[in-house]
Design a protein around this ligand. Structure first.
Ligand code: OSB
Ligand code: MG
Length: 358
């Protein structure tokens, strides 16, 4: 997005998670989140960088993103940067928010969304200490109204665990996410998951693979959903053409912002591939952007966009993101991302602040 800004302010905030979140690649207890404020004409647009604290989900992490934004964002060199989509995506999202505020419209309208006023929500549940703990957690999430349950799996925490969950919750919309913990040599093991009629298996194979996923999909009845592997619209087109997935998880940061997210959405819709909005343990700002994205027509499956209170004792937006008893988030109509920033609280958890180079 090519619009003029006067100033780009970077902030790093620290937010302890209410509960540790464990995936096949690691465990997170505290988030280090970069926020991007794009200023022009007395208005501010806000974005959130969605990378992790370590380069384990993909190659980016908080410190790499800070340097990319500080030294390259908003300069003549930005377009020449390869990769670092989460860093640049934080700025891109801030630009869209700024543009929406300039036009006095909600962000969802600015990006061409608005297909629904209530976003269907699911939850992503990390690897737990025991199957019992997992079953209890699922009970609680279903009682809160969430429409589907995603559980993280890895070798040693997969078929037996899913079997127990299925026995206890035969009717629940259920899926698993491996975060690239398997290889094609595990095909037989992954095929055992077919008997549990899962909605999908998310990213079983390598984070940068498409071709092996196509081989695996041919062997599985369960749809494969790609997350890590889809960074560009070209990847989406190639994955669909090869039959590497039947569903796509779109994450704003992973693909570098709203423009690329919309392109991937359009390609998927045209091919009859359902999409849903993934999450990266975002603060309220990233959450609000995900809500806007989820109003595009192709986001027909419940996403990983859930209530602030699942993650934070206190969120940086007012009001916090809330999920109703039917497992939906009601889209807001204010300008931009639609929530207020709690500046006082934000200030109190900011550990560094810097104006990006121009
Ligand atoms: O693969 O979807 C993922 C969190 C961190 C990194 C990767 C993933 C996740 C989640 C959490 O599943 C989704 C959420 O924010 O609730
Ligand atoms: Mg995932």
């Amino acid at each position: 997005m090519d619009i003029r800004v006067d100033r780009i302010v970077l902030r790093e905030i620290r937010m302890p998670l209410l509960h540790a979140f464990e995936t096949s690649f690691g465990r997170t207890t505290e988030r280090r989140i970069i926020l991007v404020e794009a200023c022009a004409d007395g208005l501010s647009g806000w974005g959130e960088v969605t990378c992790g604290e370590d380069p384990f989900y993909n190659e980016e992490w908080t410190d790499s993103a800070w340097l990319i934004l500080r030294d390259y964002a908003g300069t003549a060199k930005t377009a020449a940067v390869r990769g670092h989509r989460m860093a640049l995506g934080g700025l891109e999202a801030a630009m869209w928010d700024l543009e929406a505020r300039r036009n006095g419209v909600p962000l969802w309208k600015q990006i061409g969304g608005g297909a629904r006023q209530k976003i269907p929500c699911g939850v992503s549940i990390g690897i737990q200490e025991s199957v019992d703990a997992l079953l209890k957690t699922i009970d609680g999430e279903l009682a809160s109204g969430y429409q589907r349950i995603k559980i993280k799996i890895k070798p040693g925490w997969d078929v037996l665990v899913v079997n127990e969950v299925r026995k206890r919750f035969p009717q629940t919309r259920l899926m698993v996410d491996a975060n690239s913990a398997y290889t094609l040599a595990d095909s037989d093991r992954l095929r055992q998951l077919d008997e549990f009629y899962l909605m999908m298996i998310e990213q079983p194979l390598a984070h940068d693979d498409i071709v092996d996923h196509a081989d695996l999909q041919a062997k599985l009845a369960t749809p494969i959903c790609l997350d890590e592997s889809i960074r560009t619209a070209q990847h989406a087109e190639q994955a669909i053409r090869l039959g590497a997935c039947r569903i796509i998880n779109i994450k704003l940061g992973r693909v570098g912002g709203f423009a690329e997210a919309c392109r991937i959405h359009d390609i998927a819709v045209k091919a009859g591939i359902p999409v849903w909005c993934g999450g990266m343990l975002e603060s309220g700002i990233g959450r609000a952007h995900n809500i806007a994205l989820s109003t595009l027509p192709g986001f027909v499956l419940p996403g990983d966009v859930s209530a602030s209170c699942r993650y934070w004792a206190r969120d940086i937006i007012k009001p916090p993101v809330e999920v109703g008893p039917q497992g939906t988030i009601t889209v807001r109509d204010g300008p931009g991302f639609g929530y207020e920033i709690d500046s006082e609280f934000l200030g109190s958890i900011t550990v560094r602040q810097e104006v990006a180079a121009r």
